[in-house]
Design a protein around this ligand. Sequence first.
Ligand SMILES: *[C@@H]1O[C@H](CO)[C@@H](O)[C@H](O)[C@H]1NC(C)=O
Ligand SMILES: *[C@@H]1O[C@H](CO)[C@@H](O)[C@H](O)[C@H]1NC(C)=O
Ligand SMILES: *[C@@H]1O[C@H](CO)[C@@H](O)[C@H](O)[C@H]1NC(C)=O
Ligand SMILES: *[C@@H]1O[C@H](CO)[C@@H](O)[C@H](O)[C@H]1NC(C)=O
Length: 441
Amino acid sequence: MAEYDLTSKIAPHLDRHLVFPLLEFLQEKQLYPDDQILKSKIDLLSKTNMVDYAMDIHKSLYRTEDVPQDMTDRRVEVVARLKSLEEMAAPLISFLQNPSLVQELRSDKQYNLQMLNDRYQIGPNQIEALYQYAKFQFECGNYSGAADFLYQYRTFCTNSDRSLSALWGKLAAEILMQNWDIALEELNRLKEIIDSKNFSSPLNQLQNRTWLMHWSLFIFFNHENGRNGIIDLFFQERYLNAIQTNAHHLLRYLATAVVVNKRRRNMLKELIKVIQQEQYTYKDPITEFLECLYVNYDFEGAQQKLVECEKVILNDPFLGKQVQEGNFVTVPLRDEFLENARLFIFETYCRIHQCIDIRMLAEKLSMSYDEAERWIVNLVKNAKLDAKIDSTSGTVVMGTNHTNVYEQIIENTKQLSMRTYVLANNVASMAVPVTQVPTIR
Ligand SMILES: *[C@@H]1O[C@H](CO)[C@@H](O)[C@H](O)[C@H]1NC(C)=O
Ligand SMILES: *[C@@H]1O[C@H](CO)[C@@H](O)[C@H](O)[C@H]1NC(C)=O
Ligand SMILES: *[C@@H]1O[C@H](CO)[C@@H](O)[C@H](O)[C@H]1NC(C)=O
Ligand SMILES: *[C@@H]1O[C@H](CO)[C@@H](O)[C@H](O)[C@H]1NC(C)=O
């Protein structure tokens, strides 16, 4: 399953600190040898200020109480630098920690800067020190301290690049603290800036959008409204362009979000189009499942891919999140994905065949006969399919309107002969009473 692990593709678009949760997940899943993960962690940590954490990992990795000299040296360095930054930022921080002084601030940035300078001798150097101190705290893993200081820094900052960088830092800190509501607000704030006309350059804009989408995965697969959020963001033309230009692997997340989001079925067609356009640059069992079902009408293939989809989801740090329910651990996204994917198979199947043998369908969906029958009754009701169940013969009989519905699905009139061929093949291999193969005009 390491074959489908996207961590190495995703990590270059993340802040270093955001890679840790992914490594934690992979370690738990034992997708890679433990030593390999621990070494990656030490590697990542060496570029942060979390020296104590690095030392702990070193000790457990090499089963020793000794730590290398460079780690000890680095610790001394970090502590000294933290102290000096703290001193430099102290005047502004003590101002900010005094509620009665903070009341003197107004919504006018220029006024505030002037006031700080005139009355408290706090100038650009102290404001710069606040940024450096916040950044250093972040590197130390103190995300709450960093988030507060970065927020305050932005209220005084007059340099747009610096302000942007502070906002990225704030977003990372909120994600790492799992404050999903606030993180979503910061994400939207950042998006507005990136999408603004005066943003530095088109290339920077493209890369910033790519970053934003990667960071958004943490939020969208945790926030209660994330299933809509990811679809809204990723399908925006400029963001979809960014995916198709330099982040094809994000298609996995978009595809999964569309499959599990019943209210956004209307995006399925657009999604299939993109998956087809990118079929030579990116595929995984999830995109292949949709391709089998909606491009090739290959039900056997879809069924096989579905088995792999489950494994992909369980081993994906964003999709495979576990939830404790009483004594059970469930993976909600896996359950929803399978449920909806089966529904897709069934709906498509019903639209192509007029008479369906329930026993055969039960087999295809890995269910018992009774289970399948109950499931179908519900589906027919919920999907408003024009179908009746004939219990004596054990079949589902579709109404006469299905051809129209089928035509709606097809729409795309290209490659018709190919489709007809594939369809005929499928029908032949199904060995079910097919009374009518829909005509394709
Ligand atoms: C994080 O930073 C804040 C602000 O400087 C500080 O009050 C807090 O003690 C720090 N937390 C840790 C764990 O160092
Ligand atoms: C873009 O323009 C807006 C409004 O004029 C301004 O507030 C903002 O700072 C500018 N952004 C950049 C990146 O220059
Ligand atoms: C985002 O844009 C800024 C310039 O506005 C640039 O400095 C930065 O490198 C960009 N970020 C990425 C990830 O390219
Ligand atoms: C067939 O579809 C049309 C319009 O979609 C509807 O008015 C009609 O009632 C349907 N016929 C049956 C038998 O369901």
